[in-house]
Write a protein that binds this ligand. Structure first.
Ligand SMILES: *Cc1c(COP(=O)(O)O)cnc(C)c1O
Length: 368
């Protein structure tokens, strides 16, 4: 029996990177929290993104929560989000006690609909908008930001799946008011554990985030910002990220070229492929849409190919928000949740495995 094709392999992604040296450097320094490595990564990532400020935090969900708090989102406030990711923005909102105001997705990109936001802002006064660049596909962030800013509403870009994506030359995370990142091991830039970051151009906003990530301290033991917590990127993870950052663009190109091979091979099949394989898509997840995905998944599984569903349940239908089920009309969100299927796509995925995936998918659709 041949080896199966996994959805992701940390071993394949990290192959050839010396992970021992950065860890040893931290151990030899005997300094583990908020030291030279975190400061170094923060400035290198800011430089990579071409933005003024980067603040390392403990994970991508904390990054969302701290970004919301830095923008003064409080209990009872409304925040506009989409409902088709893994409940990430909602988790942050619920920690604060803020309320989700859902906007439907654009059926082509599966990211926030520009018209949907325009209409929503005619009837609600949210404290912020969270735009998620889902699967590594950038939303129409210029238009969304323009509409939100015209209504006086700041924009948070959730870039946990879109490290290094660019639209019209601008990096994901640098167009809105503030950007958030996760460095969870499977992300396009992944640590060896949890990690996250917040980026922004505004000095005062960056200052607030720096305070909030460490008890609200302005200086040691002097609390200036309410709503602070402990959420720091540690030195070992920062050192690992510094070793991996120089490879991000090459890894994204590899992901993109796998997506291009798939798109070409599946062009005449009864499926919907990702709309872009250009700079605005870093192929964090290669997601097809189709009818009867269960039979498809079963067929691929029987051929040793892993698949997954990102994501099966829209936020407003999750058990914890049960009382909201009937309240929203999000037809594109609902149909995407029943049609999406994720195929293996990651740096280091051998060409032969890409060919095996293509072969199995093609064979599935050539059955009677
Ligand atoms: C992974 C992810 C998060 C959460 O990041 P964690 O580091 O796991 O907390 C947030 N938003 C999106 C879109 C993600 O993919």
């Amino acid at each position: 029996m041949t080896q199966s094709v996994p959805l992701f392999s940390a071993q394949a992604v990290n192959a050839g990177i010396d992970l021992m040296a950065p860890v040893a450097r931290v151990i030899d320094s005997h300094w583990y929290i908020l030291g030279r490595e975190t400061a170094g990564f923060e400035s290198e990532f800011a430089e990579y993104l071409q933005i003024g400020h980067c603040i390392g935090v403990a994970n991508g969900t904390d990054a969302l929560e701290l970004a919301l708090r830095a923008l003064d989102v409080m209990q009872g406030d409304e925040v506009v989000i989409c409902a088709n990711a893994g409940f990430y923005a909602n988790t942050a909102l619920r920690l604060i006690g803020a309320r989700a105001q859902y906007v439907d997705i654009d059926p082509a990109t599966l990211t926030m609909s520009v018209d949907g936001l325009r209409v929503a802002l005619e009837s609600c006064r949210p404290k912020a908008v969270v735009v998620t660049h889902l699967y590594g596909q950038m939303a129409d962030i210029e238009a969304l930001t323009q509409i939100a800013n015209a209504a006086g509403v700041p924009v948070i870009e959730d870039c946990a799946q879109s490290h290094g994506a660019r639209r019209n030359g601008q990096q994901a995370g640098t167009v809105g008011t503030i950007g958030t990142f996760s460095f969870y091991p499977t992300k396009n830039l992944g640590a060896l554990g949890d990690g996250g970051a917040i980026v922004c151009g505004d000095e005062a906003l960056a200052q607030r985030v720096r305070q909030l990530r460490q008890y609200g301290w302005a200086t040691k033991y002097h609390v200036a910002a309410d709503g602070g917590c402990n959420s720091r990127l540690d030195e070992i993870q920062a050192a690992i990220l510094r070793a991996k950052l120089p490879h991000l663009d090459a890894w994204n190109s590899q992901r993109r070229s796998i997506a291009q091979r798939y798109n070409q091979a599946f062009a005449n099949l009864p499926v919907c492929c990702p709309v872009s394989t250009g700079d605005d898509y870093v192929a964090h997840l290669y997601v097809l849409r189709m009818k009867n995905r269960d039979a498809f998944r079963q067929f691929l599984g029987a051929h040793g190919i892993a698949t997954d569903i990102h994501y099966p349940v829209p936020d407003h239908r999750q058990a914890v928000v049960e009382n909201e089920h009937g309240q929203w009309e999000l037809p594109h969100t609902e149909s995407a949740c029943t049609e999406v299927v994720t195929l293996p796509c990651f740096p280091g995925l051998p060409d032969a495995d890409v060919a095996r995936v293509i072969e199995a998918v093609t064979r599935y659709f050539s059955q009677d």
